[in-house]
Design a protein around this ligand. Sequence first.
Ligand code: SF4
Length: 207
Amino acid sequence: MLNLESKILNSLPLMEHFYTIQGEGFYQGSAAYFIRLGGCEVRCVWCDVKDSWDAEAYPKVEINEIVAKAQASGSRIVVVTGGEPTMHNLSILTNELKQAGLRTHIETSGAYPITGQWDWVCFSPKKFRPPQASVPEIADELKVVIFHKSDFAWAEDFAKQVKQGCELFLQPEWSKEKEILPLIIEYVKKYPQWKISLQVHKYMDIP
Ligand code: SF4
């Protein structure tokens, strides 16, 4: 029984994992190993990874196996994403990644309290499920997806909640990029504390 429990605690639903180039935000252009965990209850209408929503659809893979593959990739950075990765307890995963000498980065909507030890927290709030109040203050990067012009004011609400020095990014929602990007360009020229994040991995046609 004990063995079965520890096996459950030591494994996570792994949708996919791959070594690529981070396409978004502060680390855009950097080599990074991605661990995409299954499960998301945020349900953004424009989500581009809807296949990730059902955690049960993915095998529970032992954490030491996940970490060994990340380490073997040669990457210095590991990005844990989803889905919404904070649905899971990430303490063991981050402990093992750090013991392996890897940097731990997370991409989260902040829908749940964040567990684990993180070198970089990318907080990307979503209107479809409000973030936990504790998340903005630990964010190293605030990345707001702009889907509608009303989202600029929403982004500013979160910019007031993050710590000093947090990097601020506005990113056009991919399907509306042609319409939204010119608005973001003008906004960033007017409010230069913000920077533009583009999903450059999609231009490069890489995962
Ligand atoms: Fe998709 Fe992320 Fe929104 Fe979840 S939080 S629905 S994975 S965009």
